[in-house]
Ligand binder design. Structure first.
Ligand code: ZN
Length: 199
């Protein structure tokens, strides 16, 4: 399994590309172009896991989806609502509104295990607080935290459906999952090792 961070040019949000054999999975899709460019001709895009549907994490979804018409989009129930609502995904308030125009969406919930390759299961961890639809994902020693945990940056809970109390519980849970060799992959900023995090 190879995990690569792709920075988006338009937003500061991260896209992660997980490659297992020739299968490709993305975590978030803030910009379709660099994600598509990163896929080699012999690779197949299998799906996209959405940490939450704020516009800066989903803006490239239509480009990627239509270029790979079998790729599945995985998101929590509230995040799915956000994919189809420019007000919930906040793009309504920005220059380029975005609404997902595809149908292949699979609803995920806490503790769901999704097989993304031989010997590789991705675990869904519901981590609301930043957003009611926030999910983190764990595969091997990688933990994708979206905007639910960005090392050294306080979690934003002021946006629509944000919740301070839930955020505290989610942070406790995320903390319990981070071991010294965990590779934390946040929604913004750099990937880092668990042992480097200053709590
Ligand atoms: Zn966000």
């Amino acid at each position: 399994m190879i995990v690569a961070q792709i920075s988006t040019e338009i937003y500061t949000s991260n896209i992660y590309k997980i490659t297992i054999d020739n299968d490709v999975w993305f975590v978030d899709i803030g910009n379709g172009e660099p994600a598509l460019k990163s896929v080699a001709s012999f690779e197949r895009v299998k799906g996209v896991f959405i940490t939450h549907s704020h516009y800066d994490h989903i803006h490239g979804i239509n480009d990627l989806y239509h270029a790979n018409n079998n790729c599945k989009i995985f998101a929590s129930e509230y995040a799915i609502e956000g994919l189809y609502s420019e007000k919930l995904n906040l793009s309504f308030y920005h220059e380029n509104p975005i609404v997902f125009n595809g149908k292949q969406v699979e609803k995920i919930k806490d503790n769901d295990l999704i097989s993304i390759g031989k010997n590789f299961d991705l675990r869904c961890i519901y981590t609301p607080g930043h957003n009611a639809g926030s999910m983190s994902f764990q595969v091997g020693n990688y933990l994708f935290t979206g905007d639910s945990f960005i090392p050294e940056i306080p979690v934003v809970t002021k946006l629509k459906s944000g919740d301070k109390q839930q955020n505290l519980l989610s942070l406790q849970r995320i903390k319990s999952l981070i071991k010294s060799d965990t590779i934390v992959c946040p929604g913004h900023g750099s990937m880092c090792l668990g042992e480097e995090i200053i709590w």
